[in-house]
Write a protein that binds this ligand. Structure first.
Ligand code: PLP
Length: 371
């Protein structure tokens, strides 16, 4: 059993993927070839966002969004520490300070009730993370941002395709930033990502930043990066879009099956007004190391997203306190979750028999721990 089954997916899509890749090899436009704009149009239609800008990775999408906002040294961006490092890393790289706000214990997404207290005159943006594939409370976050004149960047690296009150992740705020890392819900065969916005001016800025800040060839209007997505990777995503809706249905069904069969165990909650695309299906257990070892012995691969919250990581220790140097408020919920979360095998092609093996092994391991 694989944690993420990309082989079966390739088998199902082989004809389309191979043909799409061959077409790129035939036309030879490896950088900014026709597939780049074709994918951007397909993703604009899919999400409902006015502009899609494909970029080199999810990390690059976050960085370019922050650069487009023209942050100044000392500016602050509110985010959560219970996420992949790229979220906070890009804030620092863009010249700002991450301000960590704790998460909800059941959804693991940012706790909107704590955002107000984290906002200062230096705050420029809020960067919620749609963790495990479920959008955070974006309506409330957008309302707070509107009151304070802030931008909102959704870190949607794990949530492409997710629905929030009938609208798609990535099209819910100033910017949506997603990743096509192979194991994400919509993945390519290397690194890739995309940025979404409805704002014409920000879209133009992001397109320029993606190519070294050029507004025309060798006209460097602003500071930029080498942030393009390869034509070949765009071709792979275009092929994968063919059965993406089917995959989301499968993920929803597999998620519902996990939820029912794991009843009585603590699991990440999905709010009724939205869904999860289950980038991860995550449960919370005590004595995780023992449970994980027992599952491994039973042939069930698992993963931990993430074992240490960013406010406790050496690279971000300087940001654990606020800018005024006041004692760190701490993020106790994130710290506790980091010790207990465990992600189970999940992909559109996970079969019922394998899923039953996961459930049985997990129940046995948890019962053994409780004894
Ligand atoms: C994967 C991920 C990223 C980074 O995406 P890459 O394409 O690997 O650069 C950023 N944020 C979160 C929450 C992620 O899961």
């Amino acid at each position: 059993m694989q944690f993420t089954d990309l082989k079966t997916q390739y088998g199902a899509l082989k004809t389309s993927i191979d043909a799409r890749i061959q077409r790129v090899l035939d036309h030879g436009q490896y950088i900014m070839g026709p597939e780049v704009r074709e994918l951007e149009e397909a993703l604009e239609n899919y999400t409902g966002a006015r502009h899609c800008i494909t970029v080199a990775s999810g990390t690059e999408a976050l960085l370019i969004a922050l650069m487009a906002l023209e942050l100044q040294p000392g500016d602050e961006v509110v985010t959560t520490p219970f996420t992949f490092a790229a979220t906070a890393e890009t804030i620092v790289l863009a010249g700002a300070r991450p301000v960590f706000v704790d998460v909800e214990p059941d959804t693991c997404n940012i706790d909107v009730r704590l955002i107000g207290a984290a906002i200062t005159p230096r705050t420029r943006a809020i960067m919620p993370v749609s963790l495990y594939g479920q959008v955070a409370d974006l309506d409330e976050i957008n309302a707070i941002a509107a009151r304070h004149g802030l931008a909102v960047i959704e870190d949607a690296a794990q949530s492409f395709g997710a629905l929030y009150k009938g609208r798609r992740s990535c099209a819910l705020s100033t910017f949506g930033a997603t990743s096509f890392f192979p194991s994400k819900p919509l993945g390519c065969y290397g690194d890739g990502g995309a940025l979404f916005t409805d704002d014409e001016r920000l879209a133009r800025a992001a397109r320029e930043i993606r190519v070294h800040g050029q507004s025309a060839r060798y006209q460097h209007t602003r500071l930029g990066v080498g942030g393009r997505m390869d034509t070949l990777q765009c071709a792979v995503v275009l092929a994968k879009l063919e059965r993406f809706d089917w995959e989301l249905e499968r993920r929803a069904a597999i998620g519902a099956r996990y939820r029912a069969r794991l009843e009585g165990l603590e699991q990440v909650t999905v709010r009724p007004d939205r869904n999860s695309v289950y980038a991860q299906y995550t449960v919370m257990v005590d004595d995780r190391e023992t449970v994980q070892a027992a599952l491994k012995a039973a042939g069930v691969p698992t993963a931990v997203h993430y074992p240490k919250p960013l406010h406790l990581q050496p690279a971000y220790a300087a940001y654990a306190a606020d800018a005024a140097g006041r004692s760190p408020p701490g993020c106790p919920v994130s710290s506790r979750l980091a010790a207990r979360v465990l992600s189970l095998p999940m992909s559109a092609d996970l079969g019922a028999a394998d899923q039953d093996r996961v459930v049985a092994a997990l129940r046995t391991a948890v019962a053994a721990g409780a004894r």
